[in-house]
Design a protein. Structure first.
Ligand SMILES: Nc1ncnc2c1ncn2[C@@H]1O[C@H](COP(=O)(O)OP(=O)(O)OP(=O)(O)O)[C@@H](O)[C@H]1O
Ligand SMILES: [Mg+2]
Length: 206
């Protein structure tokens, strides 16, 4: 297996934009959010199990997951539906991630996992953890600007995620995404050199 960097960070901290910067440098990016969307599209790998567990009511006419309806269900007070859905999705996402790592041909691979610390699933897959960080006020403003979430809603999501301090403590590398895009790109370029040299000293077997 190739050298794998796990990229994570709180909501709106810049995971997507940072992974795009790595991708621009030719790094193979595997995004677990993208996989989650793909497997819940019509004929996706998770659709049959979702149908069996929740019934047709949670599928749209074209046979994909009805996200709106499912969101209402999993954000209700009852935890059971969310955990039932996660039990279906998480193993499929994990398997697909491993499959894609096996197919990747770049010197190293970045796997984007928003809840890397909250789930232990990726501990044995990633060799290094990169945290995209920004201060919390910025995080709130960026998330609000990009979604239609209110400030209390964003704060509630942040509370449900691992605390910033803990995330930073667990990181091997940190990008401080608290300035402009050039500042982000400079840090990405420096880490890219570092990861290339690590991957050269740890060549993939075979
Ligand atoms: N350095 C920056 N300068 C300007 N805008 C930024 C910067 N970093 C991120 N943004 C903007 O902030 C928003 C959040 O960034 P991004 O989508 O990359 O975060 P994310 O961590 O992927 O969020 P999510 O957890 O919701 O997936 C986006 O609209 C992005 O364009
Ligand atoms: Mg994102």
């Amino acid at each position: 297996m190739s050298f794998v960097v796990g990229l994570t960070g709180g909501i709106g901290c810049g995971k997507s934009i940072a992974s795009q910067c790595f991708s621009d440098l030719g790094v193979h990016i595997i995004d677990t959010d993208v996989i989650a969307r793909t497997i819940t599209q019509s004929n996706g790998q998770a659709i049959n199990a979702i149908k069996n567990a929740f019934g047709d009511t949670y599928l749209t006419k074209d046979g994909s997951l009805d996200r709106e309806k499912m969101r209402e269900l999993v954000f209700s007070d009852d935890d059971a539906p969310r955990s039932r859905l996660e039990k279906i999705l998480h193993p499929i996402i994990l398997n697909e991630t491993i499959r894609q790592i096996g197919q990747a041909r770049s010197s190293y691979v970045i796997v984007v996992v928003p809840l890397l610390f909250e789930t232990k699933d990726y501990d044995h897959i990633v060799q290094r953890i990169l945290v995209i960080d920004c201060d919390e006020q910025q995080q709130i403003l960026r998330t609000m600007a990009r979604s239609n979430l209110s400030e209390p809603q964003v704060k509630a999501i942040m509370t449900a995620q691992i605390a910033r301090k803990e995330r930073l403590r667990e990181a091997d590398d940190i990008i401080a995404n608290n300035r402009d895009l050039d500042y982000l790109k400079t840090q990405v370029a420096a880490l890219h050199s570092k990861y290339l040299s690590i991957s050269i000293s740890n060549p993939r077997p075979g």
